[in-house]
Ligand binder design. Structure first.
Ligand code: B12
Length: 360
């Protein structure tokens, strides 16, 4: 197995251009990323697999529901794929009649998984930075690897390209994908709603639209995804997880991290924790402005101890832009003790054209 030197250099350039935003973990272990032996000394081959997670989108249940990216509607793929790779290992052991020395990976360590997939002939890396497995399989595929001590003949990379198509770059609501196919993670809705630990920058809030967790726009517009194959494992179907939509008002009622962990056990939605998912729900409520939302947002803003969440709630209230939401902002302003949040509330009120009379 060859070290991934060219990919390592490309990755280093991407990091030094600041494209990784707050994902500090991507900067750790550069050696392990490009050298298979650093992860598993006995590695002689990598069996690289892809598995579809595509499921059709049902109709939206109502105005207070936000969208979940397709990779997250079912069970957490890390656990599911590592169990599937254990089955694969047993099958191989049955074939070769000896224990297999192996190590399974699926997005759980620093590894250039897309580069492995490309080298193994599973697809080419598209302009949307995802591995595209041609017209029959598209890109709604997870990638996982079983490093083994087997000496195997390597597969050839397949030839493929996006040609003159720029739909992903042109459709990205935050302009995160350049025409040359470089992703600025700091602007990607998937990063902003999943990996980002802080607030959502004001300039991206409206662009998030209805997306409460992750984003698939750069895949939805891709011509290679016209007829993606359905996920063949039930674990990736919506009935095994949270499904395609989340009730945003219900999310606001989750009072603690423990309650959150219980509600989202075995789901990729655990990743941003209660704080991150509620932050997203507040932004989406502000974008969708459901009738039932204003009263719930007000209650939330009055009772929530976290200042970042209170600020997002005030922003969401301001998006209603009517007399009633203006009055809510006045009372939030009077009650607010944090000077930073107080000043933001006053800004939002001013943007509504009715400044707070006694701004401090
Ligand atoms: C960090 C990360 C993110 C970040 C940054 C994504 C990015 N594109 O960089 C964020 C949070 C934004 C993200 C979002 C998503 N992610 Co993500 N993510 C990762 C992770 C952990 C690392 C990716 C990484 O290193 N990025 C850094 C950039 C520089 O790497 P890169 O673009 O892969 O660069 C390589 C290519 O340029 C490659 N290369 C390509 N062509 C060529 C040609 C030559 C000649 C050479 C030398 C090199 C080369 O070399 C570089 C090094 O590998 C991987 C898992 C893993 N361990 O790999 C999953 C992974 C990429 N994510 C995945 C998924 C599903 C998603 C989402 C679709 C989830 C969602 N719906 O919200 C979105 C898609 C957004 C998008 N367009 O990328 C899947 C993608 C599967 C696929 N078909 O490609 C992966 C592989 C996880 C998995 N095991 O299944 N993700």
């Amino acid at each position: 197995m060859e070290p991934m030197e060219a990919e390592g250099a490309e990755f280093a350039d991407w990091l030094s251009a600041g494209n990784a935003a707050g994902m500090e973990y991507l900067k750790r272990n550069p050696q392990a990323r490009s050298s298979p032996a650093a992860l598993f000394a006995g590695a002689r081959s990598a069996l690289v697999v892809s598995a579809s997670y595509y499921t059709d989108l049902p109709s939206n249940p109502g105005a207070q529901w936000g969208r979940v990216a397709r990779y997250a509607v079912g069970q957490d793929y890390h656990t599911v794929l590592s169990a599937k790779l254990s089955e694969l290992k047993c099958m191989i052991e049955g074939e070769i009649g000896r224990p297999l020395l192996s190590k399974a990976f699926s997005d759980n360590v620093a590894l250039f998984e897309q580069a492995y997939a490309r080298r193994a002939g599973l697809g080419f890396v598209g302009r949307n930075t995802l591995v595209i497995s041609g017209k029959t399989a598209g890109s709604y595929q997870y990638i996982a690897e079983l490093f083994t001590d087997l000496e195997l003949e390597p597969d050839e990379p397949i030839v493929g390209s996006c040609g003159g198509c720029f739909r992903c770059a042109e459709s990205c609501p935050t302009g995160a994908i350049s025409r040359s196919g470089v992703l600025n993670a700091g602007a990607c809705v998937a990063y902003l709603t999943i990996e980002n630990k802080g607030g959502i920058p004001l300039e991206h809030r409206a662009a998030i639209g209805e997306r409460v967790f992750g984003c698939d726009i750069c895949q939805e517009v891709c011509p290679y995804n016209k007829q993606p194959p359905e996920a063949r494992w039930k674990e990736f179907h919506s009935h095994s997880g949270v499904g395609h939509y989340l009730d945003l008002v219900n999310l606001l009622a989750i009072g603690s991290q423990d309650e959150f962990k219980h509600k989202f056990a075995h789901s990729p939605l655990l990743r941003p924790r209660r704080r991150g998912l509620i932050r997203n729900a507040l932004v989406v409520l502000g974008n969708l402005r459901p009738d039932s939302g204003l009263a719930e947002l007000t209650q939330f803003a009055l009772n929530e101890p976290d200042i970042m969440l209170r600020e997002h709630a005030a922003w969401a209230v301001a998006q209603y832009g009517d007399e009633c939401s203006g009055k809510v902002l006045d009372s939030l302003y009077q009650r607010e003790e944090d000077p930073g949040v107080k000043s933001k509330i006053a800004d939002y009120k001013e943007q509504m054209g009715t400044p707070i009379k006694s701004r401090l």
